[in-house]
Design a binder for this molecule. Sequence first.
Ligand code: CTP
Length: 425
Amino acid sequence: MPENILDTLRTNLPPLLFRILVDTGRIASTLGLKAYGVGGFVRDALSGRKNLDLDVVIEGECYPVVDALSKRYPFKRVIRHERFLTAELYIDGHRMDIATTRKEAYPAPSLPEVRPATLMEDLLRRDFTINTLAVCLDPERLGRVVDLCGGLEDLRAGLVRVLHRDSFREDPVRIPRAVRFAVRFDFSIEEETHRLMLNAIREGAPARASGRRMLDELINIFKEEKRLQIIERLFKIGFFHTLNEEFNDNTHTLSILRRTETLLKWYRSTEREKIEEWFVYFLSLTDGLSLQALREFSRWLNVGGKRRLLSMERRDNAIDALESIEKEPYDRVKIYETFSSCPLELLVYLSARGSSVAESAIRLYIEELKDVRPLLTGRELKQLGLKEGPRMGEILKCIFREKLKGRLRTVEEELSFARSLLEKG
Ligand code: CTP
């Protein structure tokens, strides 16, 4: 592996990002500070993978460098989190994180306090050796790799290894992260690390983590290409079961997740409104949980959001309604009425778990029925001599139902249907 990754970064990064990165080092240097690139993008540059998420740390203080950079480049947004000694800079659709090298002190378990620290201390608080690799950005050593914790050797050997025995206990979100990296890179989890991970699970550490951070990690997993393998391994080591005892039947859950992948591909191909794909996976993952367990689990994770809560609350009723649709799959009005109050995420999940009849009914709803609207309006009905009021509402409803059945394609057809209803009185 190269000891200097300047050329790799020049090749992999868009020219503007590369320029900003080099300038960050130069600016820091003129201010008497030292800048380093750290984490994922260094790890990935060393193993020939593209990664545009730039993470930079400044030994000393990051804000003078952030200020100087903001004067030189037209960042769209610069967000400072002074309590955490970090800043996010957005430019040209890219994000760069700059932080003061720091360590966490814990006055109370829920309130980590962040204090400035040396680069070494900053790296030592991280999760795995492969994520502790840094690259010098100061002009004299530009591009030189800094390996203070044995990251290079583990990267070469394909090993995910924690830095200390309490790593998983202190931050149980690292358990799914370890599995995610191992599967993503086709690495092994180093033996002792694996043992520590299983111990932490046995002790029930995952349930003591911050739910919100755990949700962010679950979302990261759902976004991975090999999400199914990651989830399968997490089931195998009992991770989900410690989060909720009702996580049991992984074979069934995995087969729903597999179908979910296919159905999301189909949904994307319809080019309809964007949906929260991670949440469809979430619904599939939690398929085996009772509504009560799902409520508890999602409250802990802080899932929130009106549409998501609605999906969860509607889940069981929608499953029951689907069974009755399976008996009468050609009743288009009923299909519409059953699904019109369901968020699309819930529908895609339902089609992944249901029979082929259920799936076709949901596809029919999404591709056709969902967008059915009468072409006639109240104004045109008035021209037929109808007054505003309940009768008008009834007629519009009749037109709508006819259209759901696939009849009345043109305005003329709707008009003559309305006339026939009026004549009947
Ligand atoms: N980190 C950690 N413990 C966590 C989460 C993150 O120590 N629970 C550290 C890791 O060292 C990581 C850095 O914070 O390198 C940045 O986190 P993140 O952006 O999530 O990690 P990446 O390695 O960039 O992950 P990805 O490739 O998935 O973006």
